[in-house]
Design a protein around this ligand. Sequence first.
Ligand SMILES: [Zn+2]
Ligand SMILES: [Zn+2]
Length: 467
Amino acid sequence: MQVKFFGAAQRVTGSMHLVQCGRFRVLLDCGLFQGKRSEAYDINRKFPFPAAQIDAAMLSHAHVDHSGNLPSLVRQGFRGKIYATSATRELASTLMFDTARLQVNDLRYVNKRRRANKEPEFHPLYVEEDVVKTIRAFRVRDYEESFEVVPGLTATFFNSGHMLGAASIRLQWAETNETLVFSGDIGRYQDPMLCAPEVVPNANYVIMEATYGDRLHQDEVDAEEQLFTLCQNVWKKRGSILIPAFSIGRTQHLVYLLNKLSERDRLPPFKVFVDSPMAVDATEVYRSHVECFNQQFLQSVLQEEDRDPLGFRNLYYVRSAEHSKAINGMDEPVIIISASGMMEGGRILHHLKQRIDDPKTTILFSGYQAEHTLGRRILDGAEFAKIFGVEYPIHCQTMRLDSVSGHADQSELLRWVEAVRDAGELKQIALTHCELEPARTLKREMEQRGLPPVMIPARGDVLNMEP
Ligand SMILES: [Zn+2]
Ligand SMILES: [Zn+2]
C-alpha cells in the first residue's frame, strides 16, 4: 500500500490523497483548492493523474476543501463509487450545487473585466449536470460499518466530531495486513453540539490534519461571553456585525450561540440574518440528523420552549436574492452571517462592499482564513480590499472568535493521536491540512512525547507502507 499526497500538503485547502493498493487506486477526498485565483484555476482543473484510472473515492466530510472538486473528477472521466456517511452525502450535494452556481455567478463579474483587459476568459470547473452525475455515484455507509471499497481493501468510517457527518477513514489492506488511518478534519472534545472525536483502533500509519498545530483555542464559554460583549458594544453605537462563515457547520454553530444568548435575554434586538441558501438547506439537514449530536445538546434542545436550537426571535433565514439585496439597504443594526467563509465569493462580498468603509461595522472572523484569501488580507490589517475588481478602503473593525473553530487545537490533536497510538501499532505519522509553521511546531511536540516518526509531506510526496 502506498499513499501520494496531492492536496492539503503543506497548505490547508484542496484535501486530496491517492492510495494505491495493488492495481487499485482509491482517492481520499477531492477538495477545492482555494487561494490565488489563477493558481487555484490550474490546480483545481488539472488532476495529477487520469481521473478515469481512479477506482473509488472516499469523502471524509462535506466541506468544500474536501468535497468541492468531486464533480471535476466525474467530469473528467471518473466512473467509480464515492463513499460517505449519510449526512455528508446530503450536505455535499447541497454544497456542490451551490459551488457550481457560484462559479457561474462569480465568473460573470471576473470575465467582464478580463474581456475589457483583452485577457482570456475563465470557464467554470463544472456545471450542475456534473453535480447530478456525482451525486448518483455516492454510496452511503454508517459510522463503524466495515465494507469493501475495492477487492481486498476494507474501509470504516469513525466519527471525527468536526461537523455533521464528518469522519476519519480507516483502510485495511488484506494483502499486507497494513492499516492506514486518514483523520479527516478533527473536531473538538467539548463541541456544544457534536460528539467528541472517536478513537480509531488498529492504526499502523496515520495521515492527520494539523490546521491548528501551534494554537490553543479559548473555551466555548468565552465564545459566548465574547459574542455577548461584542453584541453589546456594537449595539450601543448602532453598528452592524458581518460574519463570514462556512454555510455548513460554522453557521449553525454561530446560530446556536446566538440562540443561547437570545434564550437568556442577553441578545440586543438586532435583526439577525443567515443569508445563504446553502446555509438554509444545511440547517434543515442538521435538524434531521439527531444521531450526530451529543447528549448534552439533545437535552438542552428538549428544555427549550420552541425545541429549536437553530431558531429564535429576530432570526431570519434568507434564500432569495431580492431579500438578500433588501438587507443591504437596511439602516438599522443587523447581524449578517453569510458565505463564503474566507470571503472568496458569495453573498458576503455584496454585504462587505456595502459596509467595509463604515467604522461602526465589525467583521467577526470565526473560521480559518487561508493565505492569499480576502479574509486573510483583511484580518492581517490590509488598508484596502479589492471586491469585484474595485478597491475599497477598509474602515470597519475586525475581531476574531477562535473558540467556535470546528478544528481541534494543539492539545486536542495530541490527545487524538496519542489515543490512536495506544489503540494500535503506530509506525508513522504524516501531517497535512496545515501551513508549514503549525506543522513544524506540532511535529516537535510529538517528538518530545515520543510518538512515532512524523513527516510533513509536500505535494507529490509518497509514503510507502511496508509490513
Ligand atoms: Zn472541514
Ligand atoms: Zn478542511
